[in-house]
Design a binder for this molecule. Structure first.
Ligand SMILES: [Ca+2]
Ligand SMILES: [Ca+2]
Length: 137
């Protein structure tokens, strides 16, 4: 199990880093991609715990198909760490997912409009940071 740590500005640990500025989900994702990574994908409790941070975007959305949450690598969501009552798709306009640090570590995801301004948590590929046409399954 990886250890718990706090993500500060531009802190890089385990291939994770956080954007300096709060931006839309799309802009945050572009920020990550420009640096050879993508918005973080969380598929384990270990990773969820290690991401304890401020409010920030993660690589999960239902932009393509409402109610169908998928990660930025197109894989489906199997285990979520949702805040109570979320995802609620408020006003039918919440398609991107943030992590909310002020809440319990294991129940702190919320969907909100993709145009909202948040910092983004980026993750570099495990293999090489610069591999571009990597296919994941
Ligand atoms: Ca939605
Ligand atoms: Ca919501």
């Amino acid at each position: 199990m990886s250890s718990v740590f706090l993500l500060g500005n531009q802190c890089s640990l385990d291939g994770l880093f956080v954007s300096k500025k709060a931006m839309s989900w799309y802009a945050s994702r572009q920020y990550c991609r420009d640096r050879g990574g993508d918005l973080v994908i969380i598929k384990s409790i270990e990773k969820q715990v290690s991401l304890f941070s401020e409010r920030a975007w993660i690589g999960l959305s239902d932009i393509v198909s409402e109610g169908n949450l998928t990660w930025v690598d197109n894989s489906p969501l199997n285990q979520g760490f949702w805040f109570e009552g979320e995802p609620n798709d408020e006003d039918g306009n919440e398609d991107c997912v943030e992590i909310m640090a002020f809440s319990s570590i294991l129940d702190n995801w919320n969907d909100l409009p993709c145009s909202s301004k948040r910092k983004g948590i980026c993750s570099l590929p495990q293999t090489s940071p610069m591999v571009k046409d990597q296919t994941k399954h």
